[in-house]
Write a protein of this length. Structure first.
Length: 156
């Protein structure tokens, strides 16, 4: 796949273990009323990590919807398991994938049957994982292992 970028310097990068990881790329000027300026782009070099991530044969991966990094440096990806928005039922495959930041090895996968479209993911300072589901108009607070702690909003 080769989409994780290393050694980036950007507002949207995270630092774990002395390395910087670009975990999200924001289009310059996308949320402003002014046109992008030449100095809006990150200046540090990027390098594609070929073969990152590694998912098991037969697993449908993507589209990737959001990325977060937890306190242990693991990379969490919310993805739609081959679906598009507009789902009217939960996705039966795991929708949250947890990868080793160095090797890209899949460490854990969870969220099957929970999300219709897990559009956003964040990890808080207590290592709780927050996932927004844009099809259900709900926010889920989960443990690092994927157990639901709290749900905000009501399913339609």
């Amino acid at each position: 796949m080769g989409w994780l970028l290393r050694n980036a310097t950007s507002v949207s990068c995270a630092q774990r273990g002395g390395r910087r990881w670009l975990v999200g790329l924001t289009l310059a000027g996308a949320c402003t009323s002014r046109p992008p300026a030449a100095d809006d782009a990150p200046v540090a070099p990027y390098a594609v990590a070929d073969g990152w991530p590694r998912v098991p044969d037969g697993m449908v991966f993507g589209p990737a919807l959001d990325v977060a990094v937890d306190a242990r440096g693991r990379v969490l990806v919310s993805h739609a398991a081959g679906r598009t928005s507009g789902n009217d039922a939960p996705i039966s495959e795991p929708t949250i994938l947890v990868f080793d930041p160095e090797t890209g090895e899949l460490l854990d996968a969870w969220g099957e049957g929970l999300f219709f479209y897990p559009h956003g993911i964040e990890v808080d300072r207590n290592d709780f994982v927050w996932v927004t589901d844009s099809e259900q108009n709900r926010v889920f607070k989960l443990t690092a292992e994927g157990d639901v702690v709290m749900t905000l909003g009501e399913a339609p």
